[in-house]
Design a protein around this ligand. Structure first.
Ligand code: MG
Length: 322
């Protein structure tokens, strides 16, 4: 979400939501939480549009996969278990081969994630896919607003790979070698960190998923929590593929490249060791990249301990409205 989109939501929609007992979490987080009977359910929705969130020649399976994966990632950031899906599919024409490929990408990820397609809608128009997911919380809702000074900032996996992969996709779309093929896959088939969801519910104070890039999404978490942060660029986790492909740009890609769908969380110092160990047991690497401060500034320090000037956050395809 760009800053402009964020401001528009604040201006025109936020006032419509007043705190209510049956809406513990409303607008302004990765998802809402509704109280239905005795159960807190997380509820998320994300839309992807052709030529904004994916290139027009992306494989159908990759579009189907992405439409669900970006929503799974929001459920993880809330500490929820995705369970039911609604799908709204807007198609310019009926292309059965494309649809078979698309549904294969969507439904195989749904199967692997324990998600059932419960219904939806199809319409005619420019290619656009909206998915809604609903499911129970693993425990307390993990919100963006819970970070406190002194918390450590942890991030899952590696950063910057998807942005490097997007450049390959926007080129001729073909990987020249194994390194490019790995980066392209990171962009086309993002993997939501589902196994992290119950661990965040137990150990994290705040979390957000990284869709728009570390700096932009961290800024959302900091402003929701009313805190600042100091992070260290040399601690940002980078894959071997990224270093082989674009070592010189790797700082910038890791700081502001979008589409990684990794999880950023704030964790009390005494909970870090347990969380890191439990995540490792699930095959997920967590890296400590810095700490929450009184704020409100975000400071990024380079290898020599000097502050890095921060550019505006990444936006998809360079479009501020994406
Ligand atoms: Mg999100």
């Amino acid at each position: 979400m760009s800053q402009r989109e964020f401001d528009l939501i604040q201006r025109y929609f936020r006032q419509a939501v007043s705190p209510a007992a049956d809406l513990p979490v409303g607008i302004g987080d990765d998802g809402a939480v509704v109280l239905a009977g005795n159960t807190n359910l997380a509820w998320v929705m994300d839309t992807i549009n052709e030529d904004v969130h994916f290139p027009h020649d992306a494989p159908g399976a990759a579009v189907g996969h992405r439409a669900l994966a970006v929503n799974l990632s929001d459920m993880v950031a809330m500490g929820a278990q995705p369970r039911w899906m609604l799908l709204s599919l807007c198609l310019p024409e009926v292309d059965e081969a494309w649809l078979a490929d698309f549904s294969d990408g969507l439904l195989s990820l749904a199967r692997d994630s324990g998600v059932t397609l419960a219904g939806g809608d199809t319409t005619r128009g420019p290619l656009s896919v909206a998915v809604t997911l609903l499911g129970p919380l693993h425990g307390q809702a993990v919100q963006r607003s819970g970070a406190r000074p002194g918390d450590r900032l942890l991030v899952s996996g590696t950063l910057g790979d998807a942005r490097a992969g997007l450049d390959i996709a926007l080129g001729d779309g073909h990987a020249a070698d194994a390194v490019e093929s790995e980066l392209l896959k990171r962009y086309l088939y993002p993997q939501a960190r589902l196994a992290l969801s119950p661990l965040l519910a137990r150990h994290a104070r705040a979390a957000i998923d990284l869709s728009d890039g570390l700096v932009g999404d961290l800024t959302h978490l900091l402003s929701a929590s009313g805190v600042g942060a100091t992070i260290h660029s040399q601690r940002l986790p980078r894959s071997r593929a990224l270093m082989a492909h674009a070592e010189e740009e790797s700082d910038a890609l890791a700081l502001s490249g979008g589409d990684d769908y990794e999880i950023l969380c704030a964790v009390a110092p005494e909970a870090v060791e347990t969380l890191v160990r439990e995540a490792a047991a699930e095959g997920i690497m967590l890296s400590d990249i810095g700490e929450i401060t009184q704020g409100p500034e975000l400071t990024v320090l380079d290898r020599d301990g000097q502050p890095v000037p921060l550019e505006a956050g990444f936006s998809h395809f360079g479009d501020d409205d994406a």
